[in-house]
Ligand binder design. Structure first.
Ligand SMILES: Nc1nc2c(ncn2[C@@H]2O[C@H](COP(=O)(O)OP(=O)(O)O)[C@@H](O)[C@H]2O)c(=O)[nH]1
Ligand SMILES: [Mg+2]
Length: 359
């Protein structure tokens, strides 16, 4: 059996069109299926309409009163669904109802574990879709290329074998549930060309928050896909901010408190180390709740001091053996030293200061 999950918010006008059409497609193709509408307590009475439709069609509605959001509604639908293949689609007929059999057939045939409706493969496209939304969709798609090989990562039309989703922690933010599922379950998938038609009834619920949520969601998915690289990028960003703290303290101590710059540099170094430790603990390694502070901090300071040695050591080698002592080459030598030391500090932090040792 297949379960078709439709998230809705204020879809009174569209749900009465899609349910009969879907039911007919299922019947014509001899597919046994159920339709699950997950409604976020729409004020326009969407749920009441589904209850009426339930007398004639294989559909039921679940009303979420305490939560909101398209993706979470779909996750709720996964929990409720009884089928062994799930289909996710919009209520507004943007996703071609008649393509549902084409979406599930490759899964039934064992060719793949998931299918995704794509507007970017041959035969796919848009119908009546405003140009600015097409562009947004394309840009959003390009941004996701690093986490998925989907040709149309922002598509909302998908079919997937239940067994693939079972046990996977889905934590979607915003709208892109298909992207979340594909990245986290990494199934064998096939793309099915679809023509996406803009809705004729009701209105889009996409707002400007959706774009911000999308970026936050992508950030998380990149972190999920490339955990160590992602931590290294965060670590480097903290490092750059630490350099600003270092310079600010140095300048303040010298200019305002008349310290000798060499003495001021010691204070600057420790201010930056404390700054970096705080943000690496809370953000880069997200271990604020688990890592005990004392030994972890002491080892972090030690790693940074050794890192300083690595930086000077690399500079020394470059100046000595690569003739990089002359201006401006020594600056490059210093950058290479900083980069090497950052890598050293990163792995030291990851595998010592913020590791299991101090939990
Ligand atoms: N349950 C639930 N469904 C939603 C929510 N926002 C949008 N939807 C549904 O998600 C589908 C896609 O929404 P739509 O507004 O058409 O987005 P667009 O096609 O990107 O403009 C439709 O079926 C909406 O009713 C929400 O907050 N909760
Ligand atoms: Mg729509």
């Amino acid at each position: 059996m297949i379960s078709i999950i439709i998230p809705t918010f204020n879809e009174a006008d569209t749900i009465k069109l899609i349910v009969p059409r879907l039911s007919k497609v299922l019947q014509d193709e001899g597919i046994s299926g159920e339709i699950i509408v997950v409604d976020d307590n729409s004020p326009d009475g969407t749920a009441d309409i589904v209850m009426e439709l339930a007398e004639r069609y294989p559909v039921r509605v679940y009303i979420r009163k305490n939560d909101k959001g398209l993706s979470k509604a779909v996750v709720k639908g996964f929990e409720l669904a009884a089928g062994d293949i799930f289909v996710v689609m919009d209520a507004d007929l943007s996703h071609p109802v008649e393509q549902v059999p084409a979406m599930i057939r490759p899964i039934l045939d064992g060719k793949c574990d998931a299918t995704v409706g794509s507007r970017s493969v041959v035969g796919g496209g848009y119908h009546n879709f405003p140009i600015h939304r097409k562009i947004t969709s394309k840009v959003a798609g390009i941004m996701a290329k690093g986490v998925t090989s989907l040709s149309d990562p922002t598509s909302g039309f998908m079919a997937i074998r239940k067994s693939v989703i079972d046990g996977i922690a889905l934590d979607p933010l915003g709208w892109k549930i298909v992207l979340e599922v594909i990245v986290k379950t990494a199934p064998r998938f096939v793309e099915i060309p679809i023509i996406f038609t803009d809705r004729k009834q009701g209105e889009s619920k996409l707002d400007s928050n959706a774009q911000i949520d999308y970026i936050r969601h992508l950030w998380r998915l990149y972190g999920y896909r490339f955990p160590t690289l992602f931590q290294f990028i965060k670590f480097s960003l903290v490092g750059i901010s630490g350099l600003i703290v270092d310079t600010a303290v140095l300048v303040s101590f010298v200019d305002l408190l008349s310290f000798d710059p060499r003495v001021a540099a010691i204070f600057a170094f420790f201010a930056a180390v404390c700054w970096n430790y705080t943000f690496d603990r809370l953000w880069t390694f997200d271990s604020g709740k688990t890592t005990k502070i004392a030994y972890s901090f002491i080892s972090f300071v030690t790693i940074c001091l050794v890192g300083l040695g690595v930086r000077i050591g690399v500079m020394h080698l470059l100046i000595e053996y690569a003739q990089m002592g002359e201006s401006p080459w020594y600056i490059l030598a210093s950058f290479i030293g900083i980069f090497t030391a950052t890598i050293f500090n990163f792995f030291g932090s990851k595998y010592i200061a913020f590791s299991k040792l101090f939990r």
